[in-house]
Design a protein around this ligand. Structure first.
Ligand SMILES: NC(=O)c1ccc[n+]([C@@H]2O[C@H](COP(=O)([O-])OP(=O)(O)OC[C@H]3O[C@@H](n4cnc5c(N)ncnc54)[C@H](OP(=O)(O)O)[C@@H]3O)[C@@H](O)[C@H]2O)c1
Length: 254
């Protein structure tokens, strides 16, 4: 290297749903890999703590609100070029069978998983198309197959996956990679607790007797790995489950 050569600029990523779980683990890992990262979620005190810990930037936003997404995009792009968007915000509500599913919960899940990713992707597509970059969707094995009681979440995650698969076709030939990561069971702090509306016993039962469910850091490794492949390599879809899980419903417990 000649004395005048400069190190390449760090790549810069936006991670949604960064206040906890997979999103927070992804921020930590990308920062450890030398990325500049903007973290977003609604709970700003958690983002502030993550920023002190990792040196990431943060912007508070409710991704179900278009004005918030527009403000987020303006703030992020004001800070420089963006190389990757990690659409991770989401979550499940309830396990009612279709016959009794609460329409409002289905709507909220569609907003949180599908439309949030749509809004964020639309906001950053112009810059990604112009300069090149990656759009990553954290879907789920619920985006690939259904299970009894999963209807509303499965429908929302299928919709999110379809945004990714459609975009990949619409953008072919352009310098944008569209990546899907579809995890099975991941024991995060809040996912099941939110699904069961704060019922700790029901949330804990999801992971009871399962030897080593995935943890947030396992999925963060997948995110970093896919983003760090050479630019011509597009990992279309990566399904990742714990060894103890074969399908959405077939889980070994002891
Ligand atoms: N855990 C699993 O078993 C599992 C398996 C497969 C796929 N996934 C998917 O992977 C992603 C992350 O999972 P996780 O377990 O880490 O979830 P989590 O712990 O429930 O965290 C969800 C994140 O989404 C954010 N969020 C939710 N609604 C939002 C909104 N309206 N606006 C902005 N942010 C919002 C939350 O932040 P605030 O509340 O602070 O806004 C939080 O940071 C989700 O898309 C989930 O569906 C999870």
């Amino acid at each position: 290297m000649t004395p005048s050569a400069t190190a390449p600029a760090a790549r810069r990523a936006l991670v949604t749903g960064a206040s906890t779980g997979i999103g927070a683990a992804t921020v930590r890992l990308l920062r450890a890999h030398g990325w500049d990262v903007v973290a977003t979620a609604r709970r700003t005190e958690r983002l502030e703590a993550l920023a002190s810990e990792t040196g990431c930037q943060w912007v508070g936003a409710d991704l179900q609100d278009q004005d918030d997404v527009d403000r987020l995009a303006a703030r992020v792009l004001d800070g420089g070029r963006l190389d990757a968007v990690v659409n991770n915000a989401g979550g499940a509500l309830g396990t009612d069978p279709v016959a009794h599913g609460k329409v409002q919960e289905w709507l909220t899940m569609y907003e949180r998983n599908a439309l949030a990713a749509l809004r964020v992707s639309q906001a950053f597509l112009p810059t990604l198309r112009e300069h090149g970059g990656d759009l990553l969707f954290l879907t789920s094995t619920a985006a690939h197959d259904t299970y009894p009681g999963g209807g509303g979440y499965v429908a929302a995650k299928h919709a999110e996956r379809v945004i990714a698969t459609t975009l990949r076709q619409e953008l072919v030939g352009e310098p944008v990679r569209v990546i899907e990561i579809a995890p099975g069971m991941v024991a995060t702090e809040e996912f099941s607790l939110n699904r069961f509306h704060g019922d700790r016993a029901r949330a804990d039962a999801v992971y009871a007797g399962v030897e080593a469910p995935l943890v947030a850091e396992d999925v963060a490794e997948c995110v970093a790995w896919t983003l760090e492949r050479p630019a011509h390599v597009n990992i279309d879809s990566l399904v990742v489950r714990p060894r103890a899980q074969a399908t959405n419903t077939l889980v070994a417990r002891h």
